[in-house]
Design a protein around this ligand. Structure first.
Ligand code: SF4
Length: 322
């Protein structure tokens, strides 16, 4: 189904008909291998534990998502560019059914041939740049991606130790007319090092930055307010994660259970299963447990926040200006 028709249907279902369970965004972990070992990362995302689907498996998963409500398909990992077939897979997904994103730590972004082939296979490049990816220097040469026609959204992880460096990063991204999304580090229960920033401090920093660099900072006001616990009065689930073999942990990969496999079943069929309905009921009963999910979808909890976010992204997509 055409992605713009999907987007309109998603809007009607979630915003007008108030369906809390309609995934519009999919984080597709196409590999669990990575060239890095970031402190805040869940080891199963880089040590190969979750495996790596074959080219055919990944294509089947993409096919089983085409008629689903998923509008934005984000290729992630691990490091997705460690896959030799990544360009082929991106091309396969980029047929008008999805807005396609590639999230990378920059592993292949020095490869001129790779970059010149990438632009017509994705809509946005998500480039993770911060102290924990050891690549902050890349911000100094970020504007070079314009020559390849790539629209770059920098993702940067905010921890309790680097909040004071955020403004410099935002300024450098603004120079290139790109965007930046700040994601707070999450401390997993067994994390040895605690990095998550104090939510109030992060709120103060982000709200100041949002006032000064409104269109460059991609975090919406809904997201920023959610840091202070100003969650909407109901929990919604608009994003899913998909493992490299097609397994679908639901409602998310932190608290979820595997409810199906997308290499064998369509997402629309999985979402109708009694198990999924039971997990949705439990989610609504235990809303407080799902702080991460609240934050993940906080930009889409009110028509106003959504309109602000979509307006920025549409302007960026068609005019190339942040
Ligand atoms: S680059 Fe991403 S996937 Fe790799 S270790 Fe770091 S956070 Fe994890």
């Amino acid at each position: 189904m055409n992605r713009d028709i999907k987007a309109v249907r998603w809007f009607i279902k979630t915003q007008l008909l108030k369906d809390p369970f309609n995934p519009g965004y999919a984080t597709f972990k196409v590999t669990s291998r990575c060239n890095l070992r970031c402190t805040f990362c869940n080891p199963s995302y880089y040590n190969g534990e979750l495996g790596e689907g074959s080219t055919e498996t990944i294509k089947k998963i993409i096919d089983n998502l085409r008629d689903s409500p998923v509008v934005v398909l984000s290729f992630e990992g691990g490091e997705p560019t460690t896959r030799k077939d990544i360009l082929e897979l991106l091309q396969y997904a980029h047929d008008g059914s999805f807005y396609v994103m590639l999230t990378t730590n920059g592993y292949r972004l020095n490869d001129d041939d790779f970059l010149s082939k990438l632009a017509d296979k994705i809509d946005f490049l998500h480039y993770s740049i911060d102290e924990y990816h050891w690549n902050v220097k890349s911000l100094d040469t970020l504007c070079k991606f314009r020559q390849y026609g790539l629209k770059v959204n920098v993702q940067t992880v905010a921890t309790r130790y680097n909040l004071h460096k955020l403004e410099d990063k935002v300024k450098k991204v603004r120079e290139c007319n790109y965007k930046i999304l700040v994601l707070p580090a999450v401390d997993y229960p067994d994390s040895k090092v605690k990095l998550a920033p104090d939510p109030n401090e992060l709120y103060n920093v982000l709200s100041e930055l949002k006032k000064k660099y409104t269109s460059t900072l991609n975090n919406s006001w809904g997201f920023i307010r959610a840091l202070k616990g100003e969650f909407p009065n109901r929990l919604v689930s608009y994003a899913i994660s998909i493992y490299p073999n097609g397994d679908l942990p639901y409602p998310d990969d932190m608290n979820g259970e595997i409810v199906g496999n997308l290499s064998q079943e369509k997402l629309n069929d999985i979402l109708k299963k009694p198990k999924v309905k039971e997990l949705q009921r439990k989610m609504l009963e235990n809303q407080a447990k799902f702080e991460y999910l609240h934050l993940q979808t906080a930009s889409f909890n009110s028509v106003r926040d959504l309109a602000e976010y979509v307006n920025e992204m549409v302007k960026w997509r068609f005019l190339g200006r942040a």
